[in-house]
Design a protein around this ligand. Structure first.
Ligand code: GAP
Length: 441
C-alpha cells in the first residue's frame, strides 16, 4: 500500500473533478470547498448509504429536514450562545490568531517567531450570525445553525403527534451546518460550512446506558459495511475536560486520516438536557406519555453525529492506493465501495467501427436504468482502464467482435483487475450480485 498524503488527495480531487477550492478564480476562500461532478455523486452516495442504514434498515427511525435558520431562542436554550466557543489568543506582534488549546502559549509564535507576544485567551463564539429583515439590530439577529440536532429537538412533539412512533425511537436528518472555525487546514476535514448526518434516539430514562452501547456497536459496524478498513477505525472516549456542555458521556469514532487519528463521528449521551431546556425556554411541554405503562417522562437522548463532508474525506483517504504493475507502470486506484463510487459501470468498446460502438451504446443505455454509467470510446483500452481506476469505477465492461457473435461482454474488476466473460442478458444481475457481495481485497 502506498502512503496516502493529503497533497496526493487534494491533487487527485482537483484533477478528476471531485473537489475544488471555493471561489478559486478570486484567490479562493479559506475553509470553503466546492464539490465537482464526481465529488457531488460521491457525497450524495455516502449520504444515501447513511440514510438507508439509519431509516430504512431500522424500523423505529424517521426522517426530518428542518430549516437552517431557527428562532434565536433555540440557541439560548441549547446553550450555544453561552457555551459554543473556542479560547483564542492573538499574537501582538504579527496579529495572527490561534486556538489557545492548540498551541504552546510559552513558545514562540509559529508565524513570526517572536516570544511572549500572545494575548490572554478569550472566548470566541463559533456561530455565524446575520440579521433578518431590513433593520440590523440585536432584536433581528439569527444564527446559521452550528449543528442540525436542534431542528430535531424542537420538532420532537410534532413528530410524536403526527407519526406513529413510540419511545424508543429516532429522528434522522442530513443538512448543512456552519461554524466560524479559526483553524481550517486539512482540506475538507474542518470547514466553515459542512454537512452533518445526525440521529437523535429518544429513550426512557434509565435505559440510556444500554442504548448508548447499542449505538456504539451499530455505528462502528456501519463503517465496516461501507468498506472502511477495520484497523483505520477506533473509539476515543471523551475525558471530563473534552465533554460538550450537553453530554453525560461521549465516544468519538476516529479514523486514521493522512494527518493522523481524528474524529469522524461523535456518539453522545445527552440525557434530557435539550428537551428540558426547550421546555424551559419555550414554556411548552416536551414530556412523553407511555400509553402502555401510563408513565410520563422527558426522554433521554442518545445522539449519533457524523460529518458527511468529513466522511467524504474518510472515504477518499481509505480508498486511495498506488500499485506498481508488472510492466513497471504505476496505477492510482480508488477502492470505493461500489455503492458509493461516483461511476458504477464504465462501458468501453474495444473498437469504434463495424457497429461495435453502437452495440456498446445500446448496452450502456440499458445499464443506465440501474447504475451510474459512463461511456468512453477514446484512447487505448489500458489508458481507459487507468482513467476509471483513478476515479474508482468498480466495473468496466468491454465490447468486442465476439459480442456481435455470441452476445457476451467482458467484465473487468477494478480491485483484482481480473476479467470474466458474461452474457449481455445477465449483465445487470451479475453487477447487482457483485455489489451485494463486495469485499475489499
Ligand atoms: N450535534 C453534536 C455535534 O454537532 P460535534 O462533535 O461538534 O457534535 C459532529 O460534530 C460531527 O460533525 C463531527 O464528528 C464531524 O464529523 C462533523 N464536524 C464538526 N465540525 C466540523 C467542521 N468544522 N467541518 C467539517 N465537519 C465538522
Amino acid at each position: 500500500m502506498a502512503e496516502v498524503t493529503m497533497d496526493k488527495l487534494v491533487s487527485l480531487c482537483k484533477r478528476r473533478g471531485f473537489v475544488y477550492q471555493s471561489s478559486e478564480v478570486y484567490g479562493g476562500l479559506t475553509g470553503a470547498w466546492d464539490y465537482g461532478p464526481l465529488g457531488v455523486e460521491l457525497k450524495n452516495n455516502v449520504e444515501r448509504f447513511w440514510w438507508k442504514e439509519m431509516t430504512q434498515l431500522h424500523d423505529n427511525i424517521v426522517g426530518l429536514d428542518a430549516a437552517i435558520m431557527m428562532h434565536p431562542r433555540t440557541w439560548e436554550a441549547s446553550g450555544h450562545v453561552e457555551n459554543f466557543s473556542d479560547p483564542l489568543v492573538d499574537c501582538r506582534n504579527c496579529k495572527s490568531r490561534f486556538r489557545a488549546d492548540q498551541i504552546d502559549l510559552e513558545a514562540a509564535c509559529p508565524v513570526c517567531g517572536e516570544k511572549g507576544t500572545f494575548t490572554e485567551p478569550r472566548d470566541f463564539n463559533l456561530m455565524f450570525s446575520t440579521y433578518m429583515g431590513a433593520v440590523k439590530s440585536e432584536d433581528n439577529i439569527v444564527y446559521l445553525r452550528p449543528e442540525t440536532a436542534q431542528g430535531i429537538f424542537v420538532n420532537f412533539k410534532n413528530v410524536v403527534q403526527t407519526s406513529r412512533v413510540k419511545v424508543p425511537f429516532g429522528i434522522a436528518q442530513v443538512g448543512k451546518a456552519f461554524r466560524n472555525e479559526i483553524t481550517t487546514k486539512n482540506f475538507i476535514f474542518r470547514t466553515l460550512e459542512f454537512e452533518q448526518m445526525e440521529m437523535q434516539f429518544f429513550v426512557k430514562p434509565g435505559t440510556d446506558q444500554e442504548w448508548f452501547e447499542y449505538w456504539k456497536k451499530e455505528r462502528i459496524e456501519y463503517y465496516e459495511k461501507l468498506g472502511v478498513r477495520k484497523d483505520r477505525l477506533r473509539f476515543h472516549q471523551h475525558g471530563p475536560d473534552e465533554l460538550a456542555h450537553y453530554a453525560k458521556d461521549a465516544f468519538d469514532i476516529e479514523f486514521q486520516f493522512p494527518m493522523g487519528w481524528q474524529e469522524l463521528e461523535g456518539i453522545h449521551s445527552r440525557t434530557d438536557f435539550d428537551l428540558s431546556r426547550h421546555a424551559e425556554y419555550s414554556g411548552k411541554d416536551f414530556s412523553y406519555l407511555d400509553d402502555q405503562s401510563k408513565e410520563r417522562y422527558v426522554p433521554y437522548v442518545i445522539e449519533t453525529s457524523a460529518g458527511l463532508t468529513r466522511s467524504v474525506l474518510m472515504v477518499l483517504s481509505d480508498a486511495y492506493d498506488e500499485q506498481v504493475l508488472e510492466d513497471g507502470e504505476t496505477r492510482t486506484v480508488m477502492h470505493f465501495h461500489p455503492l458509493v463510487a461516483p461511476v458504477t459501470v464504465a462501458v468501453l468498446p474495444l473498437v469504434k467501427k463495424d457497429g461495435i460502438a453502437e452495440l456498446a451504446k445500446d448496452i450502456e443505455k440499458d445499464l443506465r436504468e440501474d447504475y451510474a454509467t459512463f461511456y468512453d470510446q477514446s484512447g487505448a483500452i489500458g489508458r481507459r482502464y487507468r482513467r476509471q481506476d483513478e476515479i474508482g469505477t468498480p466495473f468496466c465492461i468491454t465490447i468486442d467482435y465476439d459480442t456481435k457473435e455470441d452476445n457476451t461482454v467482458t467484465i473487468r474488476y477494478r480491485d483484482s483487475m481480473e476479467q470474466e466473460r458474461v452474457p449481455v442478458a445477465e449483465l445487470s444481475a451479475k453487477i447487482r450480485e457483485e455489489i451485494k457481495n463486495y469485499r475489499r481485497v
